[in-house]
Design a protein around this ligand. Structure first.
Ligand code: FMN
Length: 320
């Protein structure tokens, strides 16, 4: 399977291991890149510049290209995140969620390919106008933060028609069947997060792994409850998709009062530290239903590589 993505980065599988703060550190990033995909380090808003430097060194150990995912809203307060990434010079950097436009030119000047995640056609047109190299069409079923406006399939089709840039598809690609579908539609590859969450190389804590494996495709919910509790600084415009739990149910619809509730904030942050999944946020997309074990990243990539069998089967069905 050859696409813009595989040719640009020398990959054998058209898959980007999406940046996932708290899950994709250097080890998972390196494992994905070693296995023929493009691994990406997920940089959370609260990590130190030193964390990025150290995890970037681990990611680079594969000797293969890797990427880094930054959050635009956090960079304004933490310019050191950009400085370290410019020193590391990964092959690909995504800057998403907020005003990323000031960062496109400095990254490209350092030889980095720049991506951003778009949740609407308007987002994609803005990204093209801002000069990014590749657009990620990120649908509402995706795990983690972003928009909840449009599902992956209608979004991907509309963005492919609207812009003249390579487009990667994100949100709900949980198996080789889904990867084949987006490739057939014209995507240059899949930008896949949830499918890697229970990999042995991921940073995901033990109790979270068990919860993810138990969860079915109906277990996720979208909203801003966890951001109101964490006070991390996420703009309200970008909620997150996570596993529904008792804390979310308690506070859904009362996010405004949660923002100023100190006791709830303390309870939430203690639960995060203790990896208590009844209260803390566990971000995952609707593809979570497909997680049934703790594979290596190489096993996940080998499965995605079998997308070609579905594409061939579909092609065989064509009559001329
Ligand atoms: C646990 C988790 C953490 C995430 N963290 C980030 C992040 O730090 N930066 C980012 O740009 N996107 C982040 N995302 C979004 C992913 O990059 C990607 O859009 C998403 O995982 C794709 O959908 P899927 O989970 O259905 O495969 C995160 C997603 C998850 C599941």
């Amino acid at each position: 399977m050859r696409t813009w993505l595989t040719e640009r980065f020398g990959l054998t599988v058209p898959v980007v291991g999406a940046p996932m703060a708290g899950a994709s550190g250097g080890a998972l990033t390196a494992a994905i890149s070693s296995a023929g995909g493009l691994g990406m380090l997920g940089v959370g808003s609260a990590v130190s510049a030193d964390w990025i430097r150290k995890q970037g060194a681990v990611a680079a150990e594969s000797g293969k290209p890797y990427g880094v995912g930054l959050m635009a809203w956090a960079l304004a307060e933490r310019p050191e995140h950009l400085d370290v990434v410019l020193q590391l010079r990964p092959a690909l950097v995504s800057v998403s969620f907020g005003d990323y436009t000031p960062y496109v030119e400095p990254l490209q000047a350092a030889g980095v390919v720049v991506a951003t995640q778009a949740g609407t056609v308007a987002d994609a047109r803005e990204a093209a106008a801002a000069g990014v190299d590749v657009i990620v069409a990120r649908g509402a079923e995706a795990g983690g933060h972003g928009r909840n406006a449009v599902g992956t399939l209608p979004l991907l089709q509309a963005i492919l028609d609207a812009v003249d840039l390579p487009v990667l598809a994100a949100g709900g690609i949980s198996s080789a069947r889904g990867l084949a579908a987006v490739l057939a539609a014209g995507a240059a590859g899949g930008w896949i997060g949830t499918a890697f969450l229970t990999c042995v190389e991921a940073m995901t804590a033990g109790p979270a792994r068990r919860r993810l494996i138990e969860a079915d495709e109906t277990a996720t919910v979208y909203g801003t409850v966890f951001d109101a509790a964490s006070r991390a600084g996420w703009p309200d415009e970008f909620g997150g998709r996570a596993l529904r739990n008792a804390f979310f149910d308690d506070w859904e619809g009362r996010e405004a009062s949660l923002k100023s509730d100190d006791a709830a904030h303390e309870r939430f942050t203690a639960a995060v530290r203790a990896a208590d999944v009844t209260t803390s946020s566990l971000y995952a997309g609707q593809g979570v239903g497909a997680l049934d074990r703790e594979p290596t990243a190489a096993e996940v990539l080998a499965h995605f590589a079998s997308a070609d069998t579905y594409l061939r089967a579909a092609a065989n069905n064509l009559t001329t």
